[in-house]
Design a protein around this ligand. Structure first.
Ligand SMILES: [Zn+2]
Length: 121
């Protein structure tokens, strides 16, 4: 904020100099200019705050690391997974699927999503 503070200080100096030298109209213009600069400073501070909030919101919404599909299931690019493809494609959620016990896999499938109950072979 130092640039805008410097500009406001310069406007104050210009007003002081104008008070000593210039006519009433110039004094009024410089005083008005100074007021507008103070408004501008407030607006910049508000915009900075909004920008910080929006950045935080954007970071929250950002998709997780790249996701790849393999054999119908989703995996992170770093190999973590598998995750439910249905949950990822409908809501963007990475839900770890649960492996069925070996003795029921032939009938039930190999994986089941604990959130949406989709089964994967
Ligand atoms: Zn699911």
């Amino acid at each position: 904020m130092s640039i805008i503070s410097d500009v406001i200080d310069l406007a104050a100096r210009a007003k002081k100099q104008a008070d000593e030298l210039a006519g009433i109209e110039l004094k009024e213009t410089i005083a008005e200019l100074r007021g507008k600069l103070l408004d501008l400073k407030e607006e910049i501070l508000a915009l900075r705050e909004e920008n910080t909030d929006l950045k935080a919101e954007k970071a929250k919404l950002a998709l997780p690391a790249e996701v790849v599909k393999k054999d119908g299931l989703c995996y992170k690019a770093d190999g973590n997974g598998p995750y439910c493809t249905h949950c990822y494609e409908t809501r963007g959620d990475l839900i770890s699927v649960v492996e069925f016990p070996k003795n029921v896999q032939r009938l039930a499938g190999k994986w089941r999503c604990p959130s949406c109950t989709t089964k994967y072979a």
